[in-house]
Ligand binder design. Sequence first.
Ligand SMILES: C[S@@+](CC[C@H](N)C(=O)[O-])C[C@H]1O[C@@H](n2cnc3c(N)ncnc32)[C@H](O)[C@@H]1O
Ligand SMILES: [Zn+2]
Length: 280
Amino acid sequence: MAVPQGAHLLPSILEAMRCPRCSDDLRIDGEHLACGGCEARFPFREGIPLLAIQGTTETWTDRTAEETSEEYQRAYQEVDEARKYNEAYRDRWTKRWSTQREYRLLERLLSSQPRSHILLDLPSGGGRLSPQLSRYGDLLVEADIALGQLLYGKGNHGGQDPRIWMTASAFHIPFRDEAVDAVVCCRLCHHLPTPDERERLVSELLRVARRFVIMTFFGHYSMKNWVRRARAPFDGQPPKMTMTIERVRELAGEHGAELVSYSPLSRLFSGHRYALMVKG
Ligand SMILES: C[S@@+](CC[C@H](N)C(=O)[O-])C[C@H]1O[C@@H](n2cnc3c(N)ncnc32)[C@H](O)[C@@H]1O
Ligand SMILES: [Zn+2]
């Protein structure tokens, strides 16, 4: 099988993958990934297969919502925008502090579970968390809806560990059911404005994970959100896109998993929680 340049590891996971449109098998056909079912042909850019389906609720239900995350899906398509995002995390001490804390949380959660063969980081952004994640998987798959983020991440990967990049929407993950050992999904849920989108996210993450999912969400009863809600009548700031721990627990249960822990990034300074959902 001739493989596009820069995608030499892709054949090793092709059997685990599926068409994000119709769920049928994918094969490498020259410069495309081709679907045997709907005959979609997904091109490559610099060795990255472009498998992202853009759009939100209207792509899996017959509902179109007024408020969606569609604009956010376009935010980092250009590599310059991705660079700004990633450099802010490198240059601002508050963000460096947060990344350090997140590395520690991830270490605790990942080391509590068996080592993964395939570990999916979705959305990976430009790879902020990858050095920590790659220690817990034989193969790290970095997926994001934004090509700019992946080009940034691929460009900065020193080649120390095996990695595969692909564009993908978390609402249509191009993997079969339980085809990866674990999925890590950091800092996406709180950008999704409706319960429909947040619940679709949880169900897709748990569909493709065989063992466990780590997902961040913004806690509804966090101190940050209390302050935000108390101030809202005066400063007009829009509400945060939050979830309650109870709702995350219920959703995990509906998809055959147990919410095992939900550690806050910081009780005072952040509303983000790291949920660990483990399948039975
Ligand atoms: C705040 S960044 C977080 C990236 C990384 N997990 C981290 O913690 O640094 C959120 C990312 O979600 C991506 N994104 C937005 N909507 C998405 C969707 N529906 N599916 C997959 N990725 C999405 C954006 O392109 C962006 O890179
Ligand atoms: Zn198809």
